[in-house]
Design a protein around this ligand. Structure first.
Ligand code: CP
Ligand code: NVA
Length: 309
């Protein structure tokens, strides 16, 4: 059964099928209460393990509630609850044992190696709920959200401001698969690695790195930012000095087309990477983006379990 680990290792056709199912699942629910099962709960009787090495609000809730809406059940565990790579038990042993209890594993890890080792040793599908290197569920929700508002993302211009982190690098992978262009603007030390940039470009992504944030957003259909410091990164003293030129604020938005959307995967640090005026403003679709994690991840789980129409 397939895993959902990295955008770059999935086919465009599968990713498009997942997105189409996400839209269908969303509209099929209509105004059902959040705790009610879907009209056709396709994971009836299934059990999912949701594992977290890092904190989470959206990923935890959207997977847990998504499994229930599909008619399944879930067990949510943090790394403190498990012998995950600690006390002598290998990741591989944990993966093999979990595969005897559950039908699906979702894991939020630090090292990408933990995620991939889990997938290698599990006999059930494994979903990446964020690693230090990537966040594919988030990018699928972002594409779903963009397309709900503005039609196909193919051929569109996405401006990424600030840290060239795990979410940015996953967006670069998606640029190659879905055919959109990216302009990335951030401090030199925080740009995506040369290896990730070259990899995405070699896969066909059109990515420009631009020192001027205003120039980067000039033709943007979508402006995206994320925290200056991700959960796995060590604290830096002079964050504001380095990153403030790339803050998404009203002045920067005034340099973009009036139709540009704004996204942030959340949690956001108001007044740092984005001002409240933008986060709560007319261009922002961050709450749709958070909601769509639920719908797209339900579709991802169905795909993993061979239950897409
Ligand atoms: N965007 C996102 O993954 O949020 P959480 O860290 O709250 O899961
Ligand atoms: N880049 C952030 C995303 C959190 C959802 C992090 O890894 O902490």
């Amino acid at each position: 059964m397939p895993d959902f680990l990295e955008i770059a290792s999935l086919s465009r056709d599968d990713l498009r099928r997942i997105l189409a199912t996400a839209h269908t699942l969303k509209s099929a629910r209509g105004s059902l209460p959040r705790g009610a099962p879907d009209p056709s709960p396709a994971l009836d009787g299934h059990m999912a393990a949701l594992l977290f090495e890092k904190p989470s609000t959206r990923t935890r809730l959207s997977f847990d509630i998504g499994v229930r809406q599909l008619g399944g059940q879930s067990v949510v565990l943090s790394s403190q609850d498990l012998h995950l790579g600690q006390g002598g038990e290998t990741i591989g042993d944990t993966a093999a044992v979990l595969s005897r209890y559950v039908d699906l594993i979702m894991i939020r890890t630090f090292a990408g190696d933990t995620l991939h080792e889990m997938a290698r040793h599990a006999s059930v599908p494994v979903i990446n709920g964020l690693s230090n290197e990537s966040h594919p569920c988030q990018i699928m929700a972002d594409i779903m959200t963009f397309e709900e508002r503005a039609g196909t993302i193919e051929g569109k211009q996405i401006a990424w401001l600030g840290s060239g982190n795990n979410v940015c690098c996953t967006m670069m992978e998606a640029a190659a698969v879905f055919g959109f262009a990216m302009a990335i603007s951030g401090p030199d030390h925080a740009l995506p690695s040369r290896e990730r940039l070259l990899g995405a470009r070699a896969a066909g992504a059109e990515i420009r790195v631009m020192s001027d944030a205003r120039e980067a957003v000039r033709e943007a259909d979508l402006i995206v930012t994320d925290v200056w410091q991700s959960m796995h990164e060590t604290e830096m003293a002079n964050l504001e000095d380095l990153f403030l030129p790339y803050q998404v604020n009203d002045d920067l938005m005034s340099a973009a087309p009036n139709s540009a959307l704004f996204m942030h995967c959340l949690p956001a640090h108001r007044g740092m990477e984005v001002t409240s005026t933008v986060l709560d403003g007319p261009h922002s679709v961050v709450l749709d983006e958070a909601e769509n994690r639920l719908h797209v991840q339900k579709a991802i789980m169905l795909w993993c379990l061979g239950r897409l129409d």
